[in-house]
Design a protein around this ligand. Structure first.
Ligand code: PMP
Length: 294
């Protein structure tokens, strides 16, 4: 059973409700984080809270709790969940207000933390890799809102996922207005070309994924040449390897993109990083790593 914390206290699921006048519901006005916990410990929590604060700052939303208070609340929610592994959804909405988009009349943000089960990728899929497709839905340009803002408004991503509904693909890759690759609808994207690890810069329209950042750090520590670089569909179709990263999927190899086969799946760089990632989780949950990502 899930455990839920709302505005300062744990509440049973049937009492975990928000107002129909909450602007998070009415307008998607709010920000969120998806956080995983391993062995009862929230993974990369500081990095997630930092991103939450930055998303909130962008939309001029003052979170009524400090990061220390939020970390305590997350721990309390995980402890109440009573399972060692799972997923945390932490969201902050603009709160209750009159009908009308103006946030000026919303005085108290709603802060919600849910701990629940995570549908994890099964081992066979992870070994085989998934299919991905480049979809027609373009990423909302950074000139509208910066892709680093993890806002409650995911309609753009929902539309991308709808496009692959009746296809063989499990992830939709979105391009920006200029035709450059941004990311998957729910995950960041990496390719390997000539032994170099490449991922689109956030300025092209990718979320500053926590897993993405960790992978770039682990590449550095493991002697893998890595760079942020604008990528086109051509680069994807001719990649030596391709994989996705995200809190839920961790690292997930891509076997085929639009019927083209990247070189190897899972490829050697994926394997090396995947192993480094598992090692990092173990060390972090054993308390051997205190420093978060660079
Ligand atoms: N891009 C999008 C659009 C996402 O929703 C997610 C999942 N949070 C990611 C990338 C991966 O980010 P992270 O590694 O922080 O989970």
């Amino acid at each position: 059973m899930s455990s839920i914390w709302i505005n300062g206290k744990l509440v049973p699921e049937n009492q975990a409700t928000v107002s129909v006048f909450d602007h998070g519901l009415l307008y998607g006005d709010g920000v969120f984080e998806g956080i995983r916990f391993y062995h009862g410990q929230a993974f990369m929590l500081e990095a997630h809270l930092q991103r939450l604060q930055e998303s909130a700052a962008f939309i001029l939303l003052q979170i009524p709790y400090s990061n220390t208070e939020l970390a305590t609340a997350v721990k309390m929610t995980i402890d109440a969940y009573a399972k060692a592994e799972g997923y945390i959804r932490l969201l902050v909405t603009r709160g209750k207000g009159p009908l009308g988009v103006d946030p000026a009349y919303c005085t108290t943000p709603t802060v919600i933390i849910v701990a629940d089960e995570l549908k994890v990728v099964d081992e066979a899929t992870r070994q085989h890799g998934i299919n991905a497709a480049i979809v027609a839905t373009r990423k909302i340009p950074n000139t509208c809102w910066d892709a680093r803002v993890k806002s409650l408004n995911y309609l753009n991503n929902v539309l991308a996922r709808l496009q692959i509904r009746n296809s063989q693909a499990q992830e939709a890759i979105m391009l920006n207005e200029a035709g450059y690759v941004t990311e998957g609808a729910m995950n960041n994207l990496f390719i390997v070309k000539n032994k170099q690890l490449l991922t689109p810069p956030v300025t092209d329209g990718a979320l500053a994924g926590i897993t993405r950042q960790l992978i770039l750090q682990l590449a550095l520590e493991n002697g893998i040449d890595a760079a942020e670089k604008s990528l086109t569909p051509y680069d994807l179709y001719n990649a030596d390897e391709c994989f996705l990263t995200g809190t839920g999927v961790e690292l997930l190899p891509v076997r085929m993109i639009d019927d083209r086969l990247p070189g190897a799946c899972p490829g050697p760089v994926y394997r090396q990083l995947s192993q480094a990632f598992s090692g990092y989780i173990t060390q972090m949950t054993q308390g051997k790593i205190h420093a978060q990502i660079l």
